[in-house]
Design a protein around this ligand. Structure first.
Ligand code: DGY
Length: 423
């Protein structure tokens, strides 16, 4: 397969998943608009249709709640192929949305889209800026009340079933989930998806949110699950700084934004686990660390928060696998190389990490990660995630964010850049 044909395939996936203003992560498994998937889709579109990239971000932010929260799913059109749908979430929004959020990468991606064509993007960015700012305000005021960014449902982390959340999940009573039929396991191999016990608890958490009318203060205070997420903490910090760059370019006063970022940076020591020699998820209900090294810790590089101990951990887990960064520690008992976030490597996470590594002056590592990620896609196509030991493709095929990161990063090796004449 030539480079050019993979570029063409990636563009065809974005166009094929495009529903007119928003993009599905993939047909079947994820038939709506997902928050962080959409931000990556925008980055991918920006390589060939800058206006369409901004449309994606506009559509996402159009479903922002009055509180500032941007929901993790927007149910534009009913689709019985997905569970839990709008009737389960009952958020009363129009269009219907879920009641939780997802990693705030939109500002990171908006900055990239803008930098790819600053002139064309200026007015689009100006329109988006206040909405992104309101979402960041929500994160800081509602979810950083303990210092680092907290999640109230594992799905908010984007790394749904990673071992980081096991201790928090253990405190959730799944029996209130009642009877329901999962749809995800009808689309892809159930071995690659979360367990039934996990799902019962996910649904029980959704039911709790409904029971308090999605009142965030109550969910944080009384809900069944509250954990500090290193991944989101670092992404938010990076996103704050990217938003501040855009704010300055627009002539905005970014003092408040920089103040949030400073407070968040000051809170980083609270998620550093000395015993683990790494950043760690923290159960805010009990004060216990997860004692699990996950890919969220490595998002530290995105926020200029790496250190030699974390470098050593990165090299240790990376050297244990053959392709990309595993989502969980390959030496831990919980490691499962094909089960969603319990071991597989995710091209989209590799792309974020490479941005961080490059910024940290580790272009050699960023290139190694790019080459490994590219080889997975060249071997098997644009899958959702892969077994990091033997490259087995996992989850959904023709995946939007995998196609997007091919166009923006993984497929941009020396050869293709020469062909495209790009910088
Ligand atoms: C799912 O349904 O598996 C999603 O990851 C939750 O958003």
């Amino acid at each position: 397969m030539t480079m050019t044909s993979l570029d063409e395939q990636a563009r065809a996936i974005l166009r094929g998943n495009d529903q007119g203003g928003y993009t599905l992560p993939t047909h079947g498994l994820y038939p709506y608009q997902w928050n962080w998937d959409s931000a990556f889709a925008a980055w991918g579109f920006a390589t060939f249709d800058n206006a369409r990239a901004w449309d994606e971000l506009d559509t996402l932010m159009a479903s922002q709640w009055d509180t500032g929260m941007v929901p993790h799913i927007i149910f534009h059109k009913p689709d019985p192929g997905y569970f839990p749908g709008p009737d389960v979430w009952q958020t009363g929004q129009s269009p219907a949305t879920s009641g939780i959020t997802q990693p705030p990468v939109a500002a990171i991606m908006a900055r990239k889209v803008w930098e790819m064509d600053p002139k064309a993007g200026q007015a689009r960015m100006a329109a988006l800026y206040p909405k992104l700012l309101a979402w960041h305000r929500w994160w800081h005021e509602v979810r950083c009340t303990h210092g680092p960014a907290a999640i109230t449902h594992p799905w908010e982390s984007g790394r749904d079933n990673c071992p980081d959340w096991d201790i928090g999940m253990a405190g959730v009573d799944g029996s209130s989930a009642g009877e329901y039929q999962r749809r995800d396991t009808g689309h892809v191999n159930p071995e690659m998806r979360p367990t039934k016990q996990d799902y019962d608890r996910y649904i029980a958490m959704v039911k709790f949110g409904c029971s308090v009318d999605w009142d965030q203060a109550r969910i944080v205070r009384d809900g069944p699950f509250l954990m500090a997420d290193p991944g989101i903490t670092f992404m938010l910090l990076r996103a704050d700084e990217d938003l501040a760059v855009m704010g300055r370019a627009l002539g905005e006063d970014v003092t408040e934004l920089l103040g949030w970022a400073e407070d968040l940076r000051a809170a980083l020591p609270t998620i550093w686990n000395d015993d683990l020699h790494a950043y760690d998820a923290l159960n805010l209900k009990t004060g216990e660390f997860a004692n699990i090294l996950g890919s969220g810790a490595f998002m530290a590089y995105l926020a200029d928060a790496g250190n030699p101990q974390l470098d050593a951990q990165l090299m240790r887990v990376w050297d244990k696998v053959n392709y990309g960064i595993p989502s969980a520690d390959p030496e831990a008992a919980t490691f499962d190389p094909r089960k969603y976030w319990r071991g597989p490597t995710w091209p989209v996470v590799n792309a974020l990490l490479a941005i961080g590594l490059r910024d940290a002056g580790r272009a050699d590592l960023a290139e190694r990660l790019r080459a490994q990620t590219a080889s997975l896609i060249r071997k098997h196509g644009f899958y959702e995630y892969f077994d990091p030991l033997d490259a087995t493709p996992c989850g959904g095929a023709d995946f939007t964010w995998t196609a997007a990161i091919w166009l923006t990063w993984a497929g941009r090796d020396v050869e293709s850049d020469a062909v495209r004449g790009a910088a």
